[in-house]
Write a protein that binds this ligand. Structure first.
Ligand code: DQA
Length: 148
């Protein structure tokens, strides 16, 4: 099983970017935690970050046919990235949207996500652990695991 982990604009600055909102882990540290989790789950992940909406779309078009699911933090594109939204609507695999901060507890414009309506679900405000929750949930769903 292969899951794509996609990080949008400005997330390359994690660690030093508004740590009170986004935490002090760098993107490399988050990807490394996800890689360890992937090892535990016995799956493969491919992580990608770009500050450009076009590059994110190119990655999704190229990689999604060979993947089983997507975990994406679209950054500010969450709120207005209609081309990204259309690219994600086109994929045939489940998408989980993740935000480090709680987008509903901040500026009003952040409370709208153009991605959420085409996502399977959204995790917002749980910091880096939100990525782990999204990955585990996606794999559990794809394997149709039950809790019993
Ligand atoms: C974010 C929230 C967005 O509003 C913001 O533009 C980001 C990060 C988050 O992870 O909390 O870049 O997606």
């Amino acid at each position: 099983m292969r899951i794509l982990i996609i990080h949008g604009p400005n997330l390359n600055l994690l660690g030093k970017r508004e740590p009170q909102l986004y935490g002090d882990k760098t993107l490399a540290e988050i990807d490394s935690v996800l890689n360890r989790q992937a090892g535990t789950l016995g799956i493969e992940i491919t992580a990608f970050q770009s500050n450009s909406e076009g590059a994110l779309i190119d990655f999704i078009q190229a990689e999604s046919p060979e993947a089983d699911g997507i975990v994406i933090n679209p950054g500010a594109l969450t709120h207005y990235g209609l081309s990204l939204r259309d690219a994600l609507a086109e994929v045939k695999i489940p998408v989980i949207e993740v935000h480090l901060s709680n987008i509903y507890a901040r500026e009003q414009w952040r409370a709208q996500s153009v991605i959420a309506p085409i996502a399977k679900g959204q995790i917002s405000g749980l910091g880096w652990r939100g990525y782990i929750a999204a990955l585990r949930t996606l794999v559990g769903e794809l394997r149709a695991e039950s809790w019993q």
